[in-house]
Design a protein around this ligand. Structure first.
Ligand code: NDP
Length: 366
């Protein structure tokens, strides 16, 4: 595969341009973000799901007219990756430079004075363009990277169909599971406003590269592996994987929705009954329901789903298990980071909370 081609660059940068224009033009819901360190709150335009629908409509139309060929993503994979890497570096350079503008709110951890570290971790908390109407971090978190990941998956499935005349059951499973994850994230878009990436982390290379390059190009590895290696699995194996996915999704969605609902409307009948710990900071921490099981039960559900995305690749190679191994490490590290942030936020109350909810990620084990 060539490292860089004009087609690859057009496909990758054209995709960024399409999602950018769609985000600007398509109306969205307006949601208020969490309270910022200076006491203010930002408004966010959320239309990720609608951009996804627009992508489907344009994709179907473009394919039927012969203008688009999803199966070509396999041949252009490396050159699209190169173009996205270059774009992520350029965006990060812009983010770093613009964070020195007057009146910018900086992320706590991104203002160390060490240029390389700050460039990597992200200086500015909520960089915006178009007179403050376009939030770069929320846009990159959800739209080009997540939908792009699904398009790569579908491109590999389309290539398999073009080459063999059918799409294998393992390919269908991975596309369905990851597609459901992406659509779920877009459908529950407001929940992103209370996540660590948005509330705490600055927007720099780590998130720009992560959102635009790392997520789509490495999370689609399993579909690429299934395309390039013929994988056959028994029905029993496929059903077992489906069950793993359902359990993971149940924990992941149940816990994330419970916390999000509790943080946005604690009097909602679905969360009113939960036991809580009142903190001096003013907010409450849930200590029963999903959040009484362990401190990051949502990560556990996500990791169980990660297994269901790798198991369809069979057992002949370790490479397709890259995601579940990498993601396990990410979640342990992220749990540590969030624990430190919560200790700073809540002080002694966090210690009281940890004494009640003892386990971090896996009940009775870790
Ligand atoms: P969380 O959604 O778990 O948010 C952590 C925050 O939740 C804490 O800082 C705290 O903030 C609040 N909180 C913690 N415990 C409680 C409690 N008991 N009661 C009420 N509030 C509590 O973390 P993330 O933003 O890291 O993750 C969100 C989702 O995204 C997860 O499901 C994760 O698996 C997924 N994810 C996926 C990635 C991927 O690459 N696929 C990468 C990263 C995340 P406060 O008290 O201030 O509200």
């Amino acid at each position: 595969m060539p490292l860089a081609t004009v087609e690859g660059a057009i496909a990758a940068l054209g995709w960024i341009a399409f999602t950018f224009i769609a985000h600007v033009l398509i109306p969205g819901i307006e949601k208020e973000g969490v309270v910022l360190p200076d006491g203010s709150r930002l408004m966010y335009k959320l239309n990720g799901f609608r951009v996804f629908v627009a992508t489907v409509v344009v994709g179907v139309f473009g394919t039927s007219m012969g203008w688009l060929d999803l199966a070509s993503v396999h041949d252009n994979f490396l050159s699209m990756l190169t173009a996205m890497v270059v774009f992520a570096y350029a965006l990060s350079a812009y983010l770093y430079a613009s964070s020195f503008g007057r009146g910018k709110m900086l992320a706590k951890g991104g203002d160390t004075g060490n240029a390389i570290y700050d460039f990597f971790i992200g200086r500015e908390l909520n960089p915006r363009i178009l007179a403050g109407a376009f939030d770069l971090k929320v846009f990159c978190e959800l739209t080009p990277g997540l939908i792009g990941w699904l398009l790569l998956d579908l491109g590999f499935a389309a290539k398999q169909y073009a080459v063999s005349g059918s799409v294998s059951a393992p390919m269908i499973l991975v596309c369905a599971f990851q597609g459901a994850y992406v659509i779920d994230a877009l459908w529950n878009e407001p929940a992103i406003l209370t996540t660590m990436d948005i509330t705490t982390d600055g927007f720099g290379f780590m998130l720009a590269f992560g959102d635009l390059v790392w997520v789509p190009f490495t999370y689609s590895l399993q579909c690429r592996y299934i395309l390039e290696n013929s994988v056959q699995l028994s029905n029993a194996h496929l059903i077992a994987i489906l069950m793993v996915q359902c359990v993971g999704y149940w924990i992941f969605r149940g816990s994330n929705s419970q916390k999000n609902l509790f943080r946005t409307n604690p009097n909602d009948p679905k969360v009113r009954h939960l036991k809580t710990l009142q903190t001096k900071r003013g907010t409450k921490l849930i200590v029963s329901g999903w959040w009484g099981v362990c401190r990051h039960v949502n990560y556990l559900g996500d990791w169980i789903m990660a297994w269901a995305w790798c198991l369809p690749c069979g057992f002949s190679h370790l490479v397709p298990y890259f995601y579940v191994i990498y993601f396990g490490i990410l979640l342990v590290h992220r749990d540590g980071r969030d624990g430190e942030a919560c200790e700073q936020k809540y002080g002694e109350d966090w210690k009281r909370y940890c004494a009640i909810v003892k386990y971090r990620l896996i009940p009775f084990i870790y």
